[in-house]
Design a protein around this ligand. Structure first.
Ligand SMILES: [Zn+2]
Length: 334
């Protein structure tokens, strides 16, 4: 039987290591951080602040300490990707620079995409009962305990070149999962590091994108996600290394699976709407009747976000209509 430590860390390409870090919950599963050694020692994603010791041990196996890391690049502003960045910066006495896409930099720096007030406004609009709003708030507190806010020193943007270890990578902006999600592409090697934009075992969430001031969220994360997918398809990488799960060698098949899933969800939402007009919350509860137990608040949040982002597309395509009544948004077939 293999010793655990040999499983956590593996050289996937010369001077590029995949480090597997634990994450609570079944999905999306442990986080993959990637270490590039050489000219510019670079860590791509960090895991949460709860796994800094795992990270340190894995780096030690490769002969690297926190103070050897020149730069951390964050694929996006979710806690399981940036949670330990501040710890590394502190341990390196500030010599490690942190880079992220400009649009996700605020969430890394403050832990918040928008204020609680804006979230509250969104939940009311979606018809989420107050009790769940409070549970979401508690869930947010738990999640924020998994990450430390961290200053972003370098703002990345689409098409920029960046040295990672001995390789030159191109930053590919892939909004959808978050506003500032990025992939890194090693063109000569045909290797793509996809963050959460492409995962092999599940369809990534295209989370609702809230702005600091909105009446109804206007950015359409599902459309942005599929536009970003087309961008990656046109690169035709030889292999994709995601931030969770195993490498992907058949990208067209994975993307086809996402598209199938997307259409299936839309069909199911349209079927529910045949029965009348509903809020996003009611549609989400009908769509996912099985959710219960400890994960209920999280699953409801994910369900509401997913249903809303699909309805945005259906409304744009003229399939559904919506109107606001007593501060709640109702959807019906057109
Ligand atoms: Zn994510």
């Amino acid at each position: 039987m293999k010793h655990k430590s040999t499983i956590r860390c593996k050289e996937i390409h010369p001077h590029i290591h995949r480090i597997i870090l634990p994450l609570p919950g079944r999905q999306p599963g442990p986080v993959n951080a990637y270490l590039f050694t050489g000219k510019q020692t670079t860590l791509l994603d960090t895991g949460t602040r709860r796994t800094t010791r795992h990270l340190e041990e894995s780096l030690r196996q490769i002969g690297i300490g926190f103070s050897d890391i020149d730069r951390i690049i964050l694929t996006h502003g979710h806690i399981d990707h940036y949670g330990a960045a501040r710890h590394v910066v502190k341990q390196s006495s500030g010599r490690t620079a942190v880079a992220a896409h400009c649009e996700d930099a605020p969430v890394v720096e403050t832990g918040m995409e928008v204020s609680d007030r804006q979230f509250s406004k969104f939940y009311r609009l979606m018809g989420v009962p107050l009790v769940f709003e409070l549970l979401f708030y508690g869930m947010g507190l738990f999640f924020s305990s998994l990450a430390e806010n961290c200053r972003v020193d370098v703002c990345l943007s689409d098409g920029g070149k960046i040295q990672v270890g001995d390789y030159e990578a191109t930053v590919i902006s892939t909004p959808g999962h978050t506003k500032g999600s990025i992939c890194l592409y090693l063109e000569k090697e045909g290797i793509l590091f996809s963050g959460d934009h492409i995962l092999g075992h599940i369809t990534p969430n295209a989370f609702v994108m809230l702005e600091s001031d909105f009446d109804i969220p206007w950015r359409m994360s599902q459309l942005e996600f599929y536009d970003s997918l087309r961008k990656i398809e046109s690169l035709a990488p030889r292999i994709v290394y995601p931030a969770h799960g195993k490498p992907i060698t058949d990208l067209p098949r994975t993307v086809a699976m996402y598209r199938e899933q997307f259409l299936l969800r839309q069909e199911k939402i349209l079927t529910i709407l045949k029965k009348g007009e509903f809020t996003v919350y009611s549609i989400a509860r009908s769509l996912f009747p099985e959710i219960s137990g400890k994960r209920l608040p999280l699953e409801i949040f994910l369900g509401v976000s997913e249903v809303f982002t699909h309805l945005q597309v259906l409304e744009k395509d003229g399939m559904v209509a919506s109107h606001i009544r007593r501060r709640k948004q109702y959807y019906s077939l057109k």
